[in-house]
Design a protein around this ligand. Structure first.
Ligand code: SAM
Ligand code: DTB
Ligand code: SF4
Length: 331
């Protein structure tokens, strides 16, 4: 099959919203986007997507948990907090050679970016040398590098950046107004402070959130507005559907309706036109049809590999079948 990356000449849907990709979105605009008829919203999102990206290409990242469990924070969605009994076995920071071997497997399997995550509240200075070694080695394989390690200092950010870390993932998770319901051991401002240190160090920002945690529709609007008003917006925006883990406070949340989930992706695409929007955690329980709808809505990044950090992701062979069926190719 020949895939065309040429922009399509698609007429805009009739709606009261003018289409301005460079517009700074007010909260009222974002509310109006969410209220659009689904087809109008999807057409807008797909049009913005085609104006900024090759329509059928997807960025593929792979995760590795380099330090699992035992975390001091109380994030109500997380399997790795020491405060909840989820049966997860905690482990120490992985040896650099083990990380390198896993990264090589990921590269051989088609990953473009390798994202190393640690269940830490913040980085300790004693670990920085080892983290820099991991970054240097993974980068040396020709992979893009990403880490998600909690809060950091300016000095730690500079060292990781100098070692070759391309992206730092640090999610705001939910709207500022909803933050206290989800996490009590840090504030929304703590997250913004870390993100500003990441920016200052020259690394690219990967920042998104989780939906399906029992939040209100207005919280999803608040989450997306908070991401879009970052200057500049994050280069990478992971939209996670909660992977419910029993034993965590939010593990019994009502799942988000699939159509509402696709709306979140579409609005993210429209208001952050240049960012990669990642259809992140939660794909394991999504139908092929919902994933296809999300790609149509402008998602252009996924995690590949059989596990995320501690939970399941679709197998590579299931993903290969799906991407082939949809004519999706790696970016
Ligand atoms: N400890 C660091 C931190 O919190 O920034 C890095 C690792 S933490 C596991 C990375 C992100 O994974 C969280 O910010 C959250 O958005 C996401 N996450 C964690 N548990 C999740 C779950 N059960 N479902 C969906 N996303 C989850
Ligand atoms: C992100 O936004 N999602 C990823 C990555 N960044 C670090 C993590 C998802 C974790 C899902 C639960 C788990 O596997 O432990
Ligand atoms: Fe710790 Fe990160 Fe999990 Fe929060 S999300 S409990 S900070 S590992």
């Amino acid at each position: 099959m020949t895939l065309s990356n040429e922009p399509l000449d698609i007429p805009m849907a009739t709606s009261t919203l003018s289409f301005q990709p460079t517009h700074e979105w007010s909260r009222a605009d974002v509310e109006k986007l969410f209220a659009l008829p689904f087809n109008d919203l999807l057409l807008k999102a797909q049009t913005v997507h085609r104006e900024n990206f090759a329509p059928n290409s997807i960025q593929m990242s792979q995760l590795l948990s380099i330090k699992t469990g035992g975390c001091a924070e109380d994030c109500g969605y997380c399997n790795q907090s020491a405060r909840f009994d989820t049966g997860l076995k905690a482990s120490k920071l992985m040896a650099t050679q083990t990380v390198i071997a896993s990264a090589q497997k990921a590269k051989d399997g088609g990953a473009q970016r390798y994202c190393m995550g640690a269940a830490w509240r913040e980085i300790k200075d004693r670990d920085v040398d080892a983290l820099c070694d991991m970054v240097g080695a993974v980068k040396g394989m020709g992979l893009e590098t990403c880490m998600t390690l909690g809060m950091l200092s300016d000095d730690q950010a500079s060292r990781l950046s100098e070692a070759g870390l391309d992206y730092y993932n640090h999610n705001i998770d939910t709207a500022p107004e909803d933050y206290g319901r989800v996490i009590s051991t840090r504030t929304f401002q703590d997250r913004l402070d870390t993100l500003s240190k990441v920016r200052k160090s020259g690394m690219k920002v990967c920042c998104g959130g989780i939906v399906g945690m029992g939040e209100q529709a207005e919280d999803r609007i608040g989450l997306l507005c908070a991401l879009a008003e970052m200057t500049p917006p994050p280069e990478s925006v992971p939209i996670n559907a909660l992977v419910p883990v029993s034993g965590t406070p939010l593990g019994g949340s009502e799942p988000i309706h699939p159509i509402e989930f696709a709306r979140v992706i579409a609005v993210a695409r429209i208001i952050m036109p240049k960012s990669h929007v990642r259809l992140s955690a939660g794909r394991e329980t999504m139908s092929d049809e919902l994933q296809a709808l999300c790609f149509m809505a402008g998602a252009n990044s996924v995690f590949i590999g059989d596990t995320l950090l501690t939970t399941d992701n679709p197998t590579r062979s299931d993903d290969d079948i799906l991407f082939d069926r949809l004519g999706i190719v790696p970016e």
